[in-house]
Design a protein around this ligand. Structure first.
Ligand code: FE2
Length: 188
């Protein structure tokens, strides 16, 4: 497997950990208990800062190249771009909503819970689709030269949560991941 696909797959496992934590917070919320809004905001913020800015754009670049090799993939590639767009837009909307909750705005439960649950479901489904259909396609049609070109073209950015250096903003979230769902890291 090309190292880029292995890296994407490993990142998906990280994103799924965040979706699990977010879902647990929503379950608290659903039962009328107090969720940790700050934690939810950190998760959504991370999604807008790393997957939306680096992981998805790199996939987009790779699949444009897939399309050059295999024109019959156009519908699947179009759909991939649309999904990335949708995740970015709904992530920003969720972030704005959580920002206002943190600032003291009271929102009806359904207005908060439903978009967050939809975001989680959509993201999970998207990951499954990539791993089941799209990554095998990329593996089949792209060669070493393609991957080198993709690396050169893709925006370069460090992962501020799961990467080598943890950004201050994510310290609480990082601890939560280590305690709740496990990470390949040392709990602080
Ligand atoms: Fe992905």
């Amino acid at each position: 497997m090309p190292e880029q696909i292995a890296a994407w797959t490993a990142e998906h496992r990280n994103f799924e950990k965040l979706l699990i934590i977010m879902e647990r917070e929503l379950n608290l919320f659903h039962r009328g208990e107090q969720p940790n809004y700050g934690l939810m905001l950190d998760i959504v913020y991370y999604m807008t800062q790393y997957p939306d800015r680096f992981h998805h754009p790199k996939e987009d670049i790779a699949f444009e190249r897939v399309l050059e090799r295999e024109s019959s993939a156009s519908e699947r590639v179009e759909s991939l771009h649309r999904q990335h767009d949708m995740i970015a837009r709904s992530g920003k909307a969720l972030q704005a909503q959580l920002d206002s909750v943190m600032a003291g705005v009271m929102l009806p439960r359904s207005q908060m819970e439903q978009p967050a649950r939809e975001y989680i479901d959509y993201f999970r489904h998207h990951i499954q689709l990539e791993e089941r259909e799209l990554f095998p396609l990329a593996q089949r049609v792209l060669g070493d030269g393609d991957w080198t070109a993709i690396d050169a073209q893709a925006p370069e950015g460090a992962d501020p949560l799961f990467g080598g250096s943890l950004e201050d903003r994510y310290r609480t979230l990082h601890r939560q991941i280590a305690n709740e769902v496990g990470c390949d890291c040392v709990a602080e």
